[in-house]
Ligand binder design. Structure first.
Ligand SMILES: Nc1ncnc2c1ncn2[C@@H]1O[C@H](COP(=O)(O)OP(=O)(O)OP(=O)(O)O)[C@@H](O)[C@H]1O
Ligand SMILES: O=P(O)(O)OC[C@H]1O[C@](O)(CO)[C@@H](O)[C@@H]1O
Ligand SMILES: [Mg+2]
Length: 319
């Protein structure tokens, strides 16, 4: 291969830039050129791309977001646009594509691979919800942002003896809520993967009160229900007043943590190696500290499982 391309797609995540840098530098190391495609699949079907040299990825390793911009492009699900994308890449001399994104992004890349164009996927999403990899790029940074916020909320919750409900991201996956809850010592955690029990939440608050603790922190993943709805339920059921904090998109921003930068560097380099070996239809991931590649379809034909042992542990540690 003489020339490959790279794009970022779906929700951005801290560390995407470090992954782009790794792809460009690793490919150049092997004498292969890299086209940067702007605005994900939307930019691809519009032909928005340019060559990236070594200097073009200088100074981005520490920056959140994505230098290549991102998009959600519903029309890319249609074959006609995937064929157009392949035609455009061939016209520009591109022989393989690295996509950085979540499960939806992977589906687009599988579509291209099935039409004969080799693609490799790098997991870039704060949700940590891609099967086949223990961690995704951006999860660690998002988690640190969340616990920093919860620590601050706890300061005021303790001072005023208030209960807080903190809503975190995770439409379908509870990893952020779960890990942040454990790391910040939340009294209760609500995740999409587990049925919540209002009586259990109430008895935890009451137990805290009985031992003189008048504040508590409840974390709810957005996929379960809005924090305001949970506040309403607690008020109606037990006359408990809570304050609500929705952390929102601050979770997707910020300078990537050391862990995410290193992961991005390792996965970016591996993705290039896989493409240069002539393999398409592969995803790269990390398992037991080892970087490896696996069949793309695993990433969306199996369901991501949150580590529920953390859920029971958090209950034991927050009594
Ligand atoms: N079934 C599909 N076939 C082809 N392309 C798809 C498919 N699903 C999604 N895509 C493409 O991938 C893009 C990104 O997908 P999506 O919006 O689901 O985000 P994601 O990659 O899962 O990231 P995140 O969930 O972290 O935001 C879509 O906008 C679309 O262009
Ligand atoms: O509001 P947007 O940009 O569509 O993104 C929200 C979604 O993106 C994610 O953060 C993943 O990137 C989900 O947890 C969340 O539901
Ligand atoms: Mg997704």
């Amino acid at each position: 291969m003489k020339r490959i391309a790279v794009l970022t797609s779906g929700g951005d995540s801290p560390g995407m830039n470090a992954a782009i840098r790794a792809v460009v530098r690793k490919a150049n190391f092997h004498g292969v050129e890299v086209m940067g495609i702007y605005h994900g699949y939307e930019g691809l079907i519009e032909g928005r791309m340019e060559l990236m040299d070594l200097g073009s990825v200088g100074g981005i390793i520490q920056r959140g977001g994505t230098k290549l911009f991102s998009s959600r492009c519903p029309r890319f699900k249609e074959d006609v646009y995937q064929f157009r994308a392949i035609e455009i890449m061939k016209e520009r001399g591109v022989e393989g594509l690295v996509v950085i994104g979540g499960d939806g992004t992977y589906r687009g890349a599988v579509g291209l691979t099935k039409k004969g164009f080799p693609c490799v996927g790098i997991p870039g999403t704060i949700d940590n919800d891609i099967p086949g990899t223990e961690y995704t790029i951006g999860f660690d940074t998002a988690l640190n942002t969340v616990i920093e916020s919860i620590d601050k909320i706890r300061d005021t919750a303790t001072s005023h003896e208030n209960s807080f409900i903190v809503e975190v991201m995770g439409r379908d996956a509870g990893d952020i809520a779960l890990w942040a809850g454990l790391a910040a010592g939340a009294e209760s955690i609500l995740i999409p993967e587990e049925q919540y029990d209002i009586d259990d939440i109430l008895s935890r608050i009451e137990h805290g009160v009985s031992r003189g603790k008048k504040h508590s922190i409840i974390i709810v993943a957005e996929g379960v229900m809005p924090a305001s709805e949970l506040a309403k339920i607690l008020k109606e059921k037990a006359n408990i007043t809570t304050r609500v904090s929705v952390l929102g998109h601050i979770q997707r921003g910020g300078s990537p943590s050391a862990r995410d930068r290193v992961l991005a560097g390792r996965l970016g380099a591996k993705a290039v190696e896989v493409l240069l070996e002539g393999k398409g239809g592969r995803a790269v991931g990390i398992k037991n500290h080892q970087i490896y590649d696996y069949d793309f379809e695993v990433a969306f034909t199996t369901k991501h499982k949150a580590d529920l042992s953390l859920y029971s542990l958090s209950k034991e540690l927050s009594i």
